[in-house]
Design a protein around this ligand. Sequence first.
Ligand code: ADP
Length: 470
Amino acid sequence: MAIQFRRGVRLRARVTFAFGLGALILTTVLSIVTYLLVRDNLLETREQSAQSVATVNANQAQRRIIEEIDTGTARDLLSNLRGVRAESTPAIRLDNNWISADPVLFEAPGNIDAELLNLVNASESSGAKMRYRLSNGTPVLVIGFPLTARDALYFEATPLDDIEDTLNALSQILVVTSAGICLLGIAIGAFASRRLLLPVEKVGQAARAIATGDLTARLEVGRDRDLEQLTDSFNQMASNLEERIQADAKFASNVSHELRSPLTTIMASLEVLNADKNTFNEASSVALNLLTEDLERFRQLVEDLLEISRYEVNANALELERFLLKEFLRAIAIQSGHALLQVEFLNCDDQTIIEADKRRLARVMNNLLENATNYAGGATRLTVTQHNTDIEISIQDNGPGIPEEERNTIFERFARGAEGGRRGKGTGTGLGLSLVAEHLKLHGGKVNVRSHEDGEDGSIFTITLPKVIK
Ligand code: ADP
């Protein structure tokens, strides 16, 4: 069962973005609600006080306007009235004329909307009010009452610029606060997502470790009950996988072991037959040759399988020891039929001692030298170079070389290259180089192959080992 994950924006970015967006929406709504509540409250309070003051003033004007009819005395009357603010301005509209101390507010035609005039005229004594803006931008509240005694209208205008200033300041504060909260939301989102995804990251690390061969990798059992199930399931899965792989390896190991003894008997019998080969007729001789070749291949396969199963059952069992590299390489060279091959120490002491699993390293060198014999007419150069604490051993040959596209695949199990496929080129199984890579990986080292830099035919296999003592 494959679980699909949506690709695209990374999960952490999405969580952070969601936190930021959430904070933005929340603060925007809160800011708008706060602004509207404060605005309505301020205006309502101002309107109520303006209305009650204007009512008192209108009554006063109503009483006195009966006698004081000319413009001058009406102006005196108006200047004695006190509005809700010092800037509040009263006015009387008498016989279509405005009488006011402030010409800007009332004497400029059209300042008082016709709608308000109609409302006031129709409002008997309760009055009417209206908010509007002067041409200079100042907001004002105008309250008007009919003065029934003289068929006149009384108005009182109160500027609302102080409220507007307060609201402007409030909106600026709200915008700055919202931006701050939004940034805080993003920061919290980034922090929370990192913390939340930490267990997922650990699962990823453990899965990667298992995939690269460390079957013992497990998740730590923490105190978080929410993650307990994930940890338990993962560890259970890893244990099952380890058991399964070990059981398979054990099976392969047992089978290989069982095959070994009859194979030894068959090989011994074959040797006897081969000793008398010249007494056979031609057909029997050809059949014997084919049998010998295939049996050798079969023996190699059994040996390699045994090695692989040993590797998997005992994945981390390195038996490290210190030894003189030169002596070791010379012995392997002679053993693999390269008696004339000298070990060249290019930039390090030929008394270099390394720390490695000798048996495994011998297997590595043997495989590479045998391949050189099988596919390239033998190794031509064996060199040692040191880089910091890494040691590089290179085996060169002048064979046909390895095509670019095969240079990675030949290190996989059962992979054979173009040369390996050619008839008469040894008895390979495609396991040799994969064993080389696995043995080196256990040491923390690696292997690679390249062609000669000067364009000469052949390949250079280089192994890197990290442990040099001197
Ligand atoms: P096998 O030798 O059993 O085929 P290996 O894993 O040892 O398996 O080698 C894989 C392939 O790499 C070989 O089949 C061969 O094609 C190629 N190869 C290995 N060494 C050399 C070499 N020195 N020169 C050319 N080809 C080589």
